[in-house]
Design a protein around this ligand. Structure first.
Ligand SMILES: [Zn+2]
Length: 127
């Protein structure tokens, strides 16, 4: 079943809100203390903080940044697909993405089958 116009509009405004929120958080975090991440690391080292501790802190920051940035990219992608009329269509096989899936995961860009086959790609084998 395809999304109704009202449902798509609701998702669109939800995505815009999410985008604003993430963008604001990123801005706030990046402007914290007026330092970029490597400068922050240098400052920690200058303060006599153990390098491994300082690095851990930076790694946490970077992990957070990476997470937020990829979230932002997903939201942007979804908004772009709405704007270009391709929202709700699988980017891999062109199949319609079920409305229920879009309502649950508004940033979904692929159908369940493609999502699962992407996740099954063996990037790394444990062991
Ligand atoms: Zn697909």
């Amino acid at each position: 079943m395809a999304l109704t116009t009202a449902q798509r509009d609701a998702l669109c405004s939800e995505l815009r809100q999410r985008r604003d929120l993430i963008a604001r958080q990123l801005r706030e975090r990046l402007h914290e203390g007026g330092q970029d991440v490597p400068a922050g690391l240098a400052a920690h080292l200058a303060d006599g903080v153990d390098p491994s501790e300082a690095y851990e802190e930076m790694a946490d920051d970077l992990a957070w940044l990476g997470h937020e940035t990829s979230g932002l990219r997903q939201v942007d992608g979804a908004l772009h697909r709405i704007a270009t009329g391709r929202y709700g269509t699988c980017v891999h096989c062109g199949a319609a993405i079920p409305a229920a899936r879009l309502l649950a995961v508004p940033t979904a860009d692929s159908c369940v089958a493609c999502q699962e086959s992407t996740e099954r790609v063996p990037h790394r084998h444990p062991g």
